[in-house]
Design a binder for this molecule. Structure first.
Ligand code: FE2
Length: 298
C-alpha cells in the first residue's frame, strides 16, 4: 500500500515541483548535484546552453565517419518490415567510432566533464534506421514525448548520418524551460497520455547536414523521434554517456569497455553501465549523490 503510494508520488511529483516528467528523486538529485558538485563555467557558450537549455549543437564535423558508417551499413540486409532497424556494428566500425569520439569529441566532452566535475564515459552506441509508420498513435521507436528516466548524469549525442530534413522525422525536443510549458499546455500525464499541440516557437528539431550533431540531456528535455513521411527514412548514430562516479584518471571515453565487454555495442543488452545512473530507491539515489560528491574532480 505505502510502497505503491510512494511509487506513484515519486513518478508524478517531478512534474509538479520541477516541471519535468522525470521522477521526484532524480529531479532532487539533479538539483543538488547542479548546486553542490557541478561547475558552471559561464564563459563557454556550449556549456552555458547545456546548463540553461539542456542541449547544444556541437561544432564537430562527423562527415568522414558518416561515410565510413554508410560503407559498412550498405552490406547489411535491412528488414523493411520493421519500424526501426538496428544495424550491426563490426569491429572495424567500432574502432572508427571509438577513435572519432576519443579524438574529435575530446574538447566538447572535456567541457562537459568540467561541468559535471566527473569523468564522462560511453554507456551505449547504437545505429538505427527509422521508417515511416502507418499508425501515428503507435509508439514504436520512442515517437511519443518523454524524458529518459535516469539521473541527469546521463546524456546523449545524436549524429545525423545523412542530410536530415523535416520529412525524415528528425529528433524533436524542448529545452528545459519549454518542457515545463509543454507539460502545462498539453496536460501531460505520461508518454501515452497528453494532448499533442506543439509549441511552435519553442520546438527544436535536429535537422541539418550529414555529420552534424547535437548533445541533449534527455533526462530533462522532453523529446521524441519525429514522424517519418512515407517514402523516407532516417539513419542516426546514438551515443549515450554517463559520468563516472569513481575517481579515475583516464582519457579514454570508452573506459567502461574493459569491464563490460559487449554491453556498449549490443543493442539488445540492457546495459549494466546505464544502470549506474538509474538508482532503484531513495537510499540508492542518495548514496549515488555522495559517491559523486566524494569523487568529484575539483
Ligand atoms: Fe528517449
Amino acid at each position: 500500500m505505502f510502497g505503491k503510494l510512494f511509487f506513484y508520488l515519486n513518478q508524478n511529483l517531478g512534474k509538479v515541483f520541477f516541471g519535468n516528467p522525470n521522477s521526484l528523486y532524480y529531479n532532487i538529485f539533479s538539483k543538488y548535484h547542479q548546486n553542490l558538485i557541478s561547475k558552471k563555467d559561464r564563459s563557454d557558450d556550449q556549456v552555458k546552453k547545456y546548463v540553461n537549455d539542456g542541449y547544444f549543437r556541437t561544432n564537430v564535423n562527423s562527415y568522414e565517419l558518416c561515410n565510413d558508417i554508410a560503407k559498412s551499413l550498405y552490406k547489411q540486409k535491412i528488414d523493411y518490415n520493421r519500424a526501426q532497424f538496428q544495424f550491426e556494428i563490426d569491429d572495424d566500425l567500432k574502432h572508427k567510432i571509438r577513435s572519432h569520439i576519443n579524438i574529435e569529441f575530446k574538447d566538447t566532452l572535456n567541457k562537459i566533464e568540467n561541468f559535471y566535475n566527473s569523468k564522462v564515459a560511453v554507456a551505449k552506441v547504437r545505429i538505427a534506421r527509422n521508417f515511416h509508420i502507418n499508425n501515428v498513435g503507435d509508439e514504436v521507436y520512442s515517437n511519443n514525448y518523454h524524458v529518459d528516466h535516469y539521473t541527469y548524469n546521463h546524456f546523449k549525442l545524436f549524429i545525423n548520418l545523412m542530410d536530415v530534413d523535416i520529412c525524415h522525422g528528425p529528433l524533436h525536443l524542448y529545452s528545459k524551460n519549454s518542457t515545463k510549458k509543454f507539460l502545462k499546455k498539453n496536460k501531460y500525464k505520461s508518454r501515452s497520455n497528453y494532448n499533442n499541440e506543439e509549441l511552435e516557437n519553442d520546438l527544436v528539431t535536429n535537422t541539418g547536414k550529414k555529420g552534424q550533431s547535437m548533445i541533449v540531456n534527455t533526462t530533462q528535455c522532453l523529446h521524441k523521434a519525429g514522424f517519418v513521411e512515407k517514402g523516407f527514412y532516417r539513419d542516426i548514430l546514438f551515443v549515450t554517456f554517463i559520468t563516472i562516479p569513481e575517481k579515475v584518471s583516464t582519457d579514454d571515453f570508452f573506459y567502461y569497455e574493459k569491464f563490460f565487454k559487449n554491453t556498449i555495442w549490443n543493442t539488445y543488452d540492457t546495459s549494466e553501465i546505464l544502470k549506474i545512473a538509474k538508482p532503484k530507491s531513495l537510499k540508492k539515489t542518495i548514496s549515488l549523490f555522495f559517491k559523486y560528491y566524494k569523487n568529484r574532480i575539483n
